[in-house]
Design a binder for this molecule. Structure first.
Ligand code: ADP
Length: 389
């Protein structure tokens, strides 16, 4: 396995670039725009939408294996390619269970893994009538308000996730959404103590490697900071590792996946979401681990032995730099200022245009002692330079 096709050409594919070079692999990327980050590091590019399966057929002719940096694919059409012998890692049956948030939750429940309580809005409406009748919904009453509603497909970075305070709020969100027919996952609001995440990988022969569990911090449903390692008990850590191993094993998964979790106030772990690819919560591994999540993904899908996932520093903090305006400014000055902070690594994704909330870059700061307070101080410093006051 030498030539790896990657569906999606955003920053996650871009960050595979240096690992591919190190391992002597070629990357061929399918992505819609010449300006997408990974085009600059790819050996070859198929310029086409991520869900264009005809383009993926062309991609397959240039590659030994195809993997994903983005899950907005057309699984039905890709399955026809798989039947013709195209090798996808992770394999498509695993993606089929994970791409729809409701199906994913049902699968987690089937495996006996803990999740927030949930139901499918469409099924509830089939019982009670229409959106107007939601006040009669026993499922809503059972979960109580606030509730969280999530579009079942194509949500990301909190887009498509809404916290609703009451029935009126729920009705208006559902009525005015673009999602038809009402394909929402509805779930209990979890008043969590912390949000956690873990990156895990499985090789073709079933070996499993997990990274240290991290704490993620969100603002308005978007990840702003990740602290590695999370300050949790060994019991919580063991439980999360067990969840990761169960999932990878049961899915027959090959590659890297990211698991987002809630830690409740009474120290219970609930799985929020699985991302079947490398994940923002694992970016710290580029600088703070022996093997980055991107190298691990390539190792797994190319049948190479998995690498060591241990931390090489006692502590690391990753800060996302999100767009705060529509502009084409490349922010050279701010980038230089941030890089003056000791032991920081800045990854500028090279996107041609910034938009509010768009992930433009991330910074990882490495600490020689495990000092959460200090880590938060560095993150504050980075954000003060980046965001206008
Ligand atoms: P996305 O896939 O768009 O990232 P998530 O399901 O991960 O959406 O939700 C984004 C964020 O919204 C979470 O990280 C968390 O902060 C908040 N959130 C999501 N679901 C819940 C919930 N059930 N209870 C409380 N907060 C939630």
């Amino acid at each position: 396995m030498k030539r790896v096709g990657v569906i999606g050409g955003g920053q996650l594919a871009w960050m595979m670039g240096s690992a591919a070079k190190k391992l002597g692999l070629e990357l061929i990327v399918q992505t819609p725009n010449q300006a997408d980050p990974a085009v600059s590091i790819a050996n070859d590019t198929i310029l086409a939408a991520v869900d264009d399966a005809i383009a993926t057929e062309k991609l397959a002719k240039k590659c030994d294996v195809i993997t994903f940096e983005n899950e907005f694919v057309d699984l039905e059409k890709l399955s026809l390619l798989a039947q013709q012998g195209v090798c996808f890692h992770p394999h498509l049956p695993a993606l089929e269970l994970l791409l729809d948030k409701y199906d994913q939750r049902c699968y987690l429940q089937k495996l006996g893994l803990p999740t927030p309580q949930f139901f499918a809005l469409e099924e509830e409406l089939a019982h009670i009538g229409s959106v107007k009748d939601l006040s009669n919904s026993v499922s809503c009453q059972k979960l109580g308000f606030p509730l969280v509603i999530k579009v079942r497909r194509h949500g990301y970075d909190g887009q498509g996730t809404f916290i609703v305070k009451n029935i009126d709020d729920l009705q208006s969100k559902v009525t005015f959404s673009q999602i038809q027919p009402h394909l929402f996952l509805v779930e209990e609001f979890v008043p969590f103590q912390k949000e956690l995440a873990v990156i895990a990988a499985r090789s073709v022969n079933g070996d499993i490697v997990t990274y240290p569990v991290v704490e993620t911090q969100q603002k308005q449903q978007v990840c702003r900071r990740v602290i590695a390692p999370a300050d949790i008990t060994p019991t919580v850590s063991a439980e999360i590792n067990h969840i990761a191993a169960t999932l990878l094993h049961q899915l027959g998964y090959v590659g890297v996946l990211g698991i987002e979790l809630f830690l409740t106030r009474d120290d219970k772990v609930l799985v929020n979401e699985i991302a079947p690819r490398t994940h923002n919560s694992g970016h710290f591994s580029l600088d703070a681990c022996k093997t980055s999540q991107f190298e691990q993904q390539l190792r797994a899908v190319c049948r190479l032995p998995l690498g060591n996932s241990q931390l090489t520093y006692p502590c690391a903090i990753m800060v996302n730099l999100l767009g705060y305006e529509k502009s084409q400014d490349q922010h050279i000055h701010k980038r230089k200022e941030i890089q003056k902070i000791a032991q920081t690594h800045l990854y500028w994704y090279g996107k041609s245009e910034s938009r509010v909330g768009r992930k433009m870059a991330h910074v990882t700061a490495l600490l020689d002692i495990c000092d959460r307070h200090k880590a938060m101080g560095i993150a504050d410093q980075i954000e003060t330079i980046w965001y206008p006051s």
